[in-house]
Design a protein around this ligand. Sequence first.
Ligand code: ATP
Length: 318
Amino acid sequence: MEVLLTVEGLEKSFKDRKVLHHISFEVRKGEIMAILGPNGAGKSTTIRNIMGIMYPDAGKITFHGYEGRGIPRHKIGYLPEERGLYKNVKVMDILLYLADLKDYPVKKAKERALAYLKKFDLEGKEQMKMEELSKGMAQKVQFISAILHEPELLILDEPFSGLDPVSQELFKEEIRNLAKQGTAILLSSHQMNLVEEICDRLFMIQRGQKVIYGTLDEVKTEYANFKCTIRGNNDASRLERIPDVQRVEQKEDVSVLYLTKSVNPARWLKNLPEDLDIRELAMDRISLHEIFLDVATDRRMLLAEEKEKLQEAGEIDA
Ligand SMILES: Nc1ncnc2c1ncn2[C@@H]1O[C@H](COP(=O)(O)OP(=O)(O)OP(=O)(O)O)[C@@H](O)[C@H]1O
């Protein structure tokens, strides 16, 4: 797939504090690429540098062969994290005004605006003022303004936040449609379940640094370790001593055993102590949400260090 946007070695500091450390990724035509990370990780700063709202201290951003300040930003659609269009202006007027700013023909913009308003359940609201709309309705109008001029690259900063489940579905469906038609999409989100459903590739960032980058499949194979859920009365400390168990979470009679990456699930199950109390047992891979939690809380790193110490002390098997 053709690469439309390349971010290479992006660095950004605010005063003395470095918030982006050598961020590199690319977005290809027709793909949905997600940028994920906890609050304050640097997602919006990355996006704002791409959009030219601020400029990086080092690194290079290339779109369609254009670099930095030369990037034709009218070919990009952008839904910023800060929502809100001019309050006192009518829906259709603002949509046409913004399309015109991007040199998009007014007649075509009007046709597309009417079709999209209908699609997003806003039919007949084109003469309403922005301030008369609910928050979700206003977000839909802002989303429409980002896609009306048929951008080749669409950047959506937290597109699902503040939307009800029905509207989330509408957004998801439209994002998928646009990608199918060839639009390159970069979106940031906290909602892992939604990201898991729609993204092709993802870039996970923590404290301004890359922690994970790859296709959804690659990330799952690489990071989504197995977990075993057992219902029964078992002592947590005993479960923790079973080889290849990284950690155990227990709630009443349900224990979740998080396993190491290298584990062979069939062999591991075969070697479980025979006297364990097992009333139910399920084996799954951890979800993107759990990978995210591991990354966001640095649990992955802490666990590895803890395990190493225990192995060195001979308290658990290597
Ligand atoms: N204009 C600014 N001046 C100073 N510091 C800033 C500025 N913008 C962002 N920061 C800092 O940069 C870091 C990254 O912020 P950013 O908004 O990029 O994070 P984010 O991943 O988008 O977070 P969230 O999910 O909370 O929106 C934060 O520590 C933030 O305080």
